[in-house]
Design a protein around this ligand. Structure first.
Ligand SMILES: O=C1O[C@H](COP(=O)(O)O)[C@@H](O)[C@H](O)[C@H]1O
Length: 254
């Protein structure tokens, strides 16, 4: 039987943070041993705050070897309140005191055309990962993702045609059901080809969608990632987010 996604549940976000830190460090060390660099993509929303709680401070994080991309980004200036880059900067990057990672924000001169914005971001991936001729898909060492209350992840929304994208690495979206409507996102094949995928979901506001993701054949974006990644995918949640969810929790261990 195919291995299933790991569900790790903690009493609070405070107890989740050290486990997430250990998990990220394990992924970091494996990646640096493999190819000398740690390539990650991160979500916006509630994720950067939890990530900062997990990773700051830690003398085991080798920030200078990190290359950080955005799993999705809104087509807004980097200092806009809706910018995922802006959020990560405020929550985490500005608080780093020593080494800094290489960070890849969107090209804001292209905000008027989301297709060009996505193409330019895809080109940043091509430059980092190899040429499109030599690799079919970029393979991130780790994706750190959020899960929206509707089951979306990145800017891949339930039932949206973007879920069927098989060619582009990065795609534009003009009709995001969650504002702002104009965004770019990693596509599903890129997400599911990552070495590891970690979702973070906290709070009772997530419990209804967690039931749908873990108990039913819904086709929700988060469930599609679970199905494709199996045990390469791990969920770090608090008890409130999975109250009443019958899927088996695993004791956290590395
Ligand atoms: O719009 C977005 O929402 C999702 C989920 O956000 P959360 O606040 O419910 O965690 C986020 O992962 C994504 O990056 C963001 O653009």
């Amino acid at each position: 039987m195919a291995k299933q996604a790991n569900l790790y549940s903690f009493s609070t976000a405070d107890t989740l943070a050290p486990a997430l830190r250990d998990y990220v460090i394990t992924c970091q060390e494996a990646a640096i041993q493999r190819h000398g660099v740690f390539k990650v993509a991160v979500s916006g929303g509630s994720l950067p705050k939890v990530l900062a709680q997990a990773l700051l401070p830690s003398d085991r994080i080798q920030w200078a070897k990190w290359e950080v991309f955005f799993a999705d980004e809104r087509a807004v200036p980097l200092d806009d309140a809706d910018s995922n880059y802006g959020l990560l900067k405020t929550e985490l990057l500005d608080k780093l005191t020593g080494e800094h990672p290489v960070v890849h924000p969107i090209e804001t001169s292209l905000l008027d055309d989301t297709q060009e914005l996505a193409d330019h971001y895809e080109q940043q991936l091509v430059t980092s990962f190899a040429s499109r001729d030599s690799v079919r898909l970029p393979i991130f060492d780790l994706l750190l993702l959020g899960c929206g209350p509707d089951g979306h992840t990145c800017s891949l929304f339930p039932g949206h045609e973007l879920l069927r994208e098989t060619d582009a690495w990065v795609a534009p979206i003009e009709d995001s059901p969650k504002p702002p409507p104009r965004r770019i996102t990693l596509t599903l094949p890129v997400v599911t080809h990552a070495v590891r995928v970690a979702f973070v979901a906290t709070g009772a506001g997530k419990k209804e969608i967690m039931k749908e993701i873990f108990e039913a054949e819904t086709g929700l974006p988060c469930a599609l990632v679970n199905a494709a990644c199996g045990d390469r995918c791990s969920w770090f949640v608090d008890d409130a987010a999975v109250e009443g969810v019958s899927y088996p929790r695993r004791p956290f261990s590395l």
